[in-house]
Design a protein around this ligand. Structure first.
Ligand code: SF4
Length: 375
């Protein structure tokens, strides 16, 4: 109070003698930066010490020798045999590496997001929207060092805004080795870990200090649905734990003044036909348990793909869905997964959005209304 009153008297005294027009010494020099706006950004992997880098390298090799890197917990030595994901230790299988313009505007910017689409996956979603990549294991084999050289090509030739690792859950050790190699080669753009959220905590811990942006899907809410549609027993509990750990590492999504995201978490939820109640639970959980300021993309572009809508094999009367769940009369129809064999209704997507707003979420990815980026 004393300081305030001294300042007031000084200002009053000065105003008595000074001209009424503001002089340069009276101009405000302080400003309040908008939330989530960064002045500048240096990727995390450039800041870790060489000792921490060496520790991460040796942990990555240890995980490959006894792989429990995802909740499948295969426990295999990937130098000798493969687990559920069918990918070994020395190389990763990559389908496509290219600047990608199908991502959120804050990731793709003007030059694209430098996307690396890994083949294989540790989930078996019957509706997989990337079925030809994730389930067919097409592509070419790359060592971590070769992968790092591709990151450099994306940065130097593609001038992309980030390296976007798509479906990397089953190749985390190789990804860690590639990032550490790329930092020696001069990589200086953020790393995005673009995941289904079927990650173990060990995986997220190994990635800490190397990943700048986590881009997790939160797919379904009920265990019955995850067993039937993702072929995973414990998806929801795993996704909750993983997303909390990701948020603890990098926080809410932040941008530089050019509108490009540089660090933080953005959660995606693909609204499924007839399953908006699951979406509502997911957004409510995010608001109550992670952050009301978390950025969310409620996606409405679901389209029947992969096994959905394919002709049924066998008689209708004794149908058991893959995963062991007995088909109900509603699903035991002429094609597989009849209940999700249609695009999502816009009312269903709106209901999830409304529930998110009611829960207190307010940062959404949506079409820009002003010809620029939404921050
Ligand atoms: S990453 Fe692959 S080998 Fe390792 S636990 Fe998961 S599915 Fe099994």
């Amino acid at each position: 109070m004393a300081l305030l009153s001294r300042m007031r008297s000084a200002l009053t005294a000065r105003s008595r003698w000074a001209p009424t027009r503001c002089t340069p010494s009276f101009r405000r020099t302080l400003y309040l930066a908008p939330p989530y706006l960064l002045d500048d950004y240096i990727p995390q992997y450039q800041l870790i010490s060489s000792i921490d880098a060496a520790k991460k390298r040796s942990l990555a090799y240890a995980h490959l020798r006894e792989c429990n890197l995802c909740p499948r917990l295969c426990g295999v030595n990937r130098y000798e045999k493969t687990g559920v994901c069918l990918i070994g230790a020395e190389t990763v299988k990559v389908n496509t590496i290219a600047p990608h313009f199908g991502e959120e505007p804050c990731f793709q910017g003007h030059n694209g997001s430098g996307s690396v689409f890994f083949s294989g996956c540790n989930l078996r979603c019957v509706f997989c929207q990337n079925h030809d990549i994730a389930h067919q294991r097409n592509g070419f084999d790359l060592t971590p060092e070769e992968l790092a050289e591709w990151y450099m090509k994306l940065q130097e030739t593609g001038r992309v805004h980030n390296i976007n690792l798509v479906t990397p859950e089953h190749v985390v050790p190789q990804v860690v080795l590639s990032i550490l190699h790329a930092r020696e080669l001069g990589l200086r753009i953020p790393i995005i870990y673009n995941t289904s959220s079927f990650d173990s905590l060990d995986s997220i811990e190994l990635l800490g200090g190397l990943v700048d942006i986590y881009l997790p899907d939160f797919k379904v809410w009920s265990d019955k649905t995850s067993k039937r549609l993702l072929k995973a027993d414990n998806y929801t509990a795993t996704a909750m734990e993983s997303i909390k750990a990701m948020h603890a590492q990098v926080g809410d999504l932040c941008f530089t003044a050019d509108g490009i995201a540089k660090k933080g978490v953005l959660v995606r939820h693909l609204v499924m036909p007839g399953m908006e109640d699951e979406g509502k639970e997911i957004v409510k959980w995010l608001a109550e348990n992670v952050s009301k300021d978390i950025m969310v993309h409620i996606m409405e572009q679901y389209f029947p793909r992969a096994h959905v809508g394919k002709p049924r094999r066998g008689k209708k009367s004794d149908v058991v869905e893959p995963g062991g769940v007995q088909a109900t009369s509603g699903t035991a129809k002429s094609v597989r997964y009849e209940d999700i064999n249609r695009p999502v209704d816009l009312d269903e997507a709106s209901a999830v959005r409304k529930a998110a707003e009611e829960a207190g979420l307010w940062r959404f990815v949506e079409a820009s209304r002003h010809g620029g980026f939404n921050i």
